[in-house]
Design a protein around this ligand. Structure first.
Ligand code: 5GP
Ligand code: ZN
Length: 114
């Protein structure tokens, strides 16, 4: 755990997160400032800043959770599609330096996107 990392604090239960899915290695919770209803973040429980900081096994566990969760998130909010995205590094828009995958439910004609 990184002391000053907000997502590590959510994983540890030190600050509240609205958990939607959990395995031994991965936690998924609702985004505090959702781009659409049901916007979910999927994170490795172990602190890692960038995608390249994950081992192949950790990346596989993360993607397995994304694979399982994406259709569930879509149906939970009756969406038409999901944008799945990672901002990997600050120049790409990463604001929280703990790897996270955005699952953003999308609706026909919403015209938006991350
Ligand atoms: P990034 O720009 O790093 O890819 O995305 C960070 C995401 O984390 C943003 O969508 C932001 O709304 C979300 N976020 C930031 N702080 C918190 C928090 O304390 N709790 C939750 N649930 N989401 C957060
Ligand atoms: Zn962290």
């Amino acid at each position: 755990m990184a002391d000053d990392c907000i997502f590590c604090k959510i994983v540890a239960g030190d600050i509240p997160g609205r958990t939607v899915y959990e395995t031994d290695e991965v936690l998924a919770f609702l985004d505090a400032n959702p781009l659409s209803a049901g916007h979910t973040l999927v994170v490795p429980k172990e602190h890692a800043e960038r995608l390249d900081d994950l081992s192949g096994a950790e990346a596989s566990e993360l993607f397995a959770a994304v694979h399982e969760l994406t259709p569930r998130v879509e149906s939970a909010v009756d969406a038409d599609a999901v944008t799945v995205g990672i901002n990997d590094g600050s120049a790409a828009g990463q604001e929280v330096p703990h790897v996270h995958v955005h699952l953003v439910p999308r609706f026909e004609g919403d015209g938006g996107g991350p």
